[in-house]
Write a protein that binds this ligand. Structure first.
Ligand SMILES: Nc1ncnc2c1ncn2[C@@H]1O[C@H](COP(=O)(O)OP(=O)(O)O)[C@@H](O)[C@H]1O
Ligand SMILES: [Mg+2]
Length: 252
C-alpha cells in the first residue's frame, strides 16, 4: 500500500457511490392511521425529516400522543411510513417487504426497552444470543459473541443466571448486551431508565455515555429533562411534527 493510500481513512464496509455518512435519514415522513374506512384519519407523523449522523447521541421528547413511539417504530423498522423516505445505514427501507425489513432490523439495529423484555426461561447468556440465533450464527460463535457483550456490560460472572435472579439494573445491562451483540449501526432505547431507581438509572446512563464515547449512535426516547441533558441533541415532537431540534447539550 502506498503512503498516500495508507494515510487515507477508508470505511470498513464496501465503498459505494452513496456510502452513508448518516446512520439514519428520514425525509418527509407521514404515518397515517385509520381504524376503518369511515373512521377519521389520525396523522401520527406529519412530515418529519430527521438526519442522524454517525455517532450522534439523540433524545426524542414530546408529550403523550405526539408521535414518539410511531417515529421509533419507523426508525426501528417495525413499521413503515405511509409517505416519505427512510434510509438506514445507506439502505432504503421505506418500501421493503416484511421479510427484508426484519433482516435489516436484525443486522443494523439494537433495541433497549423500559421493561427489559428478557425471556425468563433462558439464561443470561442465552438471552444475549437470541439475535444471533435469528441470524443463524453457529452456536460456538454465538457463545463467544454473547460473552464478549456481557463482559462489556460487566456481567460476565452471571452467564448462567436467569433474569429473575438479577436486579433491575443487571437485567437492563443484559438487555444492553443483547442489543450490542450484533454490533448494530444504531441503538434505539425507549425510556431505558423508566423502570429503575435513580441510582441504578444513573449507572445505566453512564454506560450509554461510555458506549457513545466508543462510537455508538444512540436514539433514546425520554420524558426526563435530566436524561436528555446528557444527549448531544434533543428533538421535540408535537402533534406529529418536529417542534424543536436543538443540538449543543452538555455532552456535545
Ligand atoms: N395503531 C394505532 N392506530 C391508531 N392510532 C394510533 C395507533 N398508534 C398510535 N396512534 C395515534 O397516533 C398518535 C401518536 O401516537 P404515539 O406515536 O404512540 O405517541 P407517543 O408515543 O408520543 O405517546 C396518537 O394520536 C395515537 O393515538
Ligand atoms: Mg409512546
Amino acid at each position: 500500500m502506498s503512503d498516500a493510500a495508507s494515510s487515507t481513512a477508508t470505511p470498513a464496509g464496501p465503498v459505494t457511490a452513496d456510502a452513508p455518512c448518516h446512520v439514519a435519514e428520514v425525509v418527509g415522513v407521514e404515518r397515517l392511521y385509520q381504524k376503518h374506512r369511515k373512521a377519521p384519519v389520525v396523522r401520527a407523523l406529519d412530515g418529519v425529516s430527521l438526519t442522524i449522523p454517525d455517532n450522534q447521541y439523540v433524545a426524542i421528547m414530546g408529550p403523550s400522543g405526539s408521535g414518539k413511539s410511531t417515529l421509533m417504530n419507523i426508525l426501528g423498522c417495525l413499521d413503515r411510513p405511509t409517505t416519505g423516505s427512510y434510509r438506514l445505514d445507506g439502505v432504503d427501507v421505506a418500501r421493503m417487504n416484511d421479510e427484508d425489513l426484519s433482516r435489516v432490523r436484525g443486522r443494523k439495529l439494537g433495541f433497549v426497552f423500559q421493561a427489559f423484555n428478557l425471556i425468563p426461561q433462558l439464561t443470561v447468556q442465552q438471552n444475549v444470543e437470541v439475535p444471533l440465533f435469528y441470524q443463524a450464527v453457529a452456536p460456538g460463535q454465538r457463545a463467544i459473541a454473547a460473552r464478549e457483550a456481557l463482559e462489556r456490560v460487566q456481567l460476565a460472572d452471571r452467564l448462567t443466571h436467569r433474569p429473575a435472579e438479577l436486579s433491575g439494573g443487571q437485567m437492563q445491562r443484559v438487555a444492553i448486551a443483547r442489543a450490542l451483540v450484533t454490533k448494530p449501526a444504531l441503538l434505539l432505547a425507549d425510556e431505558p431508565t423508566g423502570n429503575l431507581d435513580s441510582k441504578t438509572g444513573a449507572a445505566i446512563l453512564a454506560l450509554f455515555d461510555e458506549l457513545h464515547a466508543e462510537g455508538l449512535t444512540i436514539i433514546m426516547v425520554t420524558h426526563d429533562d435530566s436524561v436528555a441533558e446528557r444527549c448531544q441533541r434533543v428533538v421535540r415532537l408535537k402533534d406529529g411534527k418536529i417542534d424543536r431540534d436543538e443540538t449543543g447539550g452538555a455532552a456535545s
